[in-house]
Ligand binder design. Structure first.
Ligand code: UD1
Ligand code: CA
Length: 452
């Protein structure tokens, strides 16, 4: 089929310089939700009508499978679809979607498309308790005969609760003819897409209606308030999917997924965690409260304790991370690694059974297996201009409060005494210590405050 996504409107009520359809829901632009759902229908053409906000929309979302068509000026929804007409394949139906209606589901669109045909136009409609503002569906003997906009409707028509969601599927060749005949002789002086319904009926076509699987699917975003409401609906639906898959959520109302979260069996997630980008949690992974995890893979049996930040990181099995740990991009941890409180790791690899349990910075380091990094240890990886690597070989023991001035290597099985500033390589299986000799001054007196 052909898909046309209307996204040229200006979204004045957002009170923002950013075009409305670029505002984020679940971490990605509203329009991207619609595009991603449309892609699942494998359309032969997918056209996005843009206008307000200049080139921001095509610049941000450019992709080989999308045709961005400028609508300037914006003279209504019918005028918008008209802009895409030359791009539409006559032999396939055309689906019209709205860029600011992000939660529409594939299932609902498939049902709608199945109701359409070469002599049938299909419109997605809903019954609302308060239909104010929407186009009303006018039926005669049950059959849809036209749609009338709120501003053009009389008092009786305004009582109709069945409304147009704006989403429809039409036979394309006929659609092009109807579009070319639209007029703007109405209250808003706009070319209404909705006027094609009456034309279809006049041409002897049937107009069918289908309904969305969930009421929230057709909610649009016109304000920050509606955006926030949709964000909660979206997050709640992701939480429900996770629960259905067997994930334990301490509170489904207190998780935010801004991307995709894949979980194995018996995963437990405590409250207030944010998952961004692509996150994969293996079987029996536990995530403590208040963690932020972005683009990471965490293997089976690992526990992430509260208040931990993880970004672009791979973590092996049976590891213990946090509380208050920070794993930055390029961190790769093998199995059974312990990273404790106030430890920052960046662009570093840890072998199996290695530990850095307290207050350390490990940056640009290659750490072997069974290494213990004591409290207060710092890799001095940056000389003000260049970054250098620290290599810590298997079974090394780094005493507390050590500075490793990179580039430097700690040999296999080496021990560094507490307080060492290591500027040259430490040989394997030896104790290396750099420390001023300890002295004591007998009978030394503390200064005393003068008496008043
Ligand atoms: C439209 C429908 C109405 C329906 C309602 C559902 C028409 C005439 N009316 O009304 O029946 O109940 O949606 O929300 O179709 N747009 C463009 N270019 C334009 C005008 C609009 O791209 O020139 C886009 C907007 O960005 C938006 C969508 O089309 O995504 C709908 O436009 P909007 O102005 O919100 O339509 P409504 O008047 O609400
Ligand atoms: Ca609207």
């Amino acid at each position: 089929m052909n898909v046309v996504i209307l996204a040229a409107g200006m979204g004045k009520r957002m009170q923002s310089d950013l075009p409305k359809v670029l505002h984020a829901l679940g971490g990605k632009p509203l329009l991207s939700h619609v595009i991603d759902t449309a892609r699942q229908l494998c359309p032969s053409r997918c056209c996005v009508i843009y206008g307000h906000g200049g080139d921001a929309v095509p610049t941000r979302l450019a992709s080989d499978d999308l045709h961005f068509v400028l609508q300037e000026p914006q003279l209504g929804t019918g005028h918008a679809v008209m802009q895409a007409a030359p791009l539409l394949n006559d032999d396939e139906p055309t689906l019209v979607l709205y860029g600011d209606v992000p939660l529409i589901t594939l299932g609902t669109l498939e049902t709608l498309a199945a109701a359409a045909g070469s002599n049938t136009l299909a419109v997605l409609t809903v019954e609302l308790d308060d239909p104010t503002g929407y186009g009303r569906i006018i039926r005669e003997q049950q059959r849809i005969v036209r749609i009338i906009e709120q501003k053009d409707a009389d008092d009786n028509q305004r009582k109709i609760r069945e409304v147009n969601t704006g989403i429809l599927v039409a036979p394309t060749r006929k659609l092009k003819t109807w579009l070319s005949r639209l007029s703007n002789d109405n209250a808003q002086r706009e070319y209404y897409l909705t006027d094609i319904i009456a034309q279809a009926v006049k041409d002897g076509l049937t107009v069918e209606s289908t309904h969305p699987a969930h009421a929230w699917e057709t909610l649009g975003v016109n304000s920050k308030l509606q955006l926030a409401e949709l964000e909660r609906i979206y997050q709640r639906s992701i939480a429900s999917q996770l629960l259905e898959q067997g994930v334990t959520l301490a509170d489904p109302a207190r998780i935010d997924v801004r991307g995709t979260l894949r979980c194995g069996r018996d995963v437990i997630i405590d409250v207030n965690c944010i998952f961004e980008g692509e996150v994969v949690l293996g079987d029996q992974v536990q995530i403590g409260a208040n963690c932020i995890i972005r683009n990471a893979r965490i293997a089976a049996g690992t526990q992430i304790k509260p208040f931990t930040h993880i970004e672009e990181t791979l973590i092996g099995t049976e590891s213990r991370i946090g509380p208050y740990a920070r794993l930055r991009p390029g961190t790769v941890l093998a199995d059974d690694v312990h990273i404790g409180n106030f430890v920052e790791v960046k662009n570093s690899q840890f072998g199996t059974h290695s530990k850095a349990n307290h207050l350390a910075y490990v940056g640009d380091a290659t750490v072997g297996s069974r290494v213990n990094i004591g409290a207060g240890t710092i890799t001095c990886n940056y000389d003000g201009a260049n970054k250098h690597r620290t290599i810590i070989e298997d079974d090394a023991f780094i005493g507390s409060d050590t500075q490793l001035v990179a580039p430097v290597t700690v040999g296999k099985g080496a021990t560094l005494g507490a307080g060492t500033t290591l500027t040259k390589d430490a040989p394997a299986n030896s104790l290396t210590v750099s420390r001023a000799k300890q002295t004591s001054i007998a009978g030394w007196q503390r200064p005393v405050k003068p008496k008043k």
